[in-house]
Design a protein. Sequence first.
Length: 205
Amino acid sequence: MRLSHLIALAIACLAHATAATEAAGDPQELVRTTIETLRAAVLRDKAVIDSDPNHAIVLVDRIVSPHVDTGRAGKLILGKHWRNATPTQRQQFVENFQRLLLRAYAVHVSDYADVEVVYLPTIEASSDRKLMVVRTRVTQAGKPPANVDYRVSETSDGWKVFDVVVNGISIVATFRATVDAEIQQYGLDGLIARLAAKVQKPLTG
């Protein structure tokens, strides 16, 4: 399974769930419920998505974004560049990065209605239990299993995912290396402009 597909799969599992109240306090149960909710949504809208891939972006934006801490992820991805960025640059980067992730998922959205997810014991990542790692093993017919771990933090709005580690590779760390290289070449404003240009292009079937 290619890394780009795994990234899309990871994003898929962050979808908004109509979870029971008790799931809100349990990050593993929240992830479990969101996966099932996502599958139902993909199956329901599959015909529309097949004819218009851009519908997937709208769908994912509505059901994924509320449960991803894009601000925290964006800060980690910009790394040392976050400190010197203006508030406007930070906002523009986070917004365009979020749209880029949504597009990455939208391209592969129909591939993940039939995955099997096994839940492994959740790991406490901080002594105050405000950082947790929800561990899963994902399999898809004809492909080797993948370990997909969700780094989540407890916020005033509930648990939110800020990083996903796929087979030991952190998505935040991967993007941070890419972003750093592009900033070195184009500058932060240049990077933001390049991201904006990418996300404004409509998807084609």
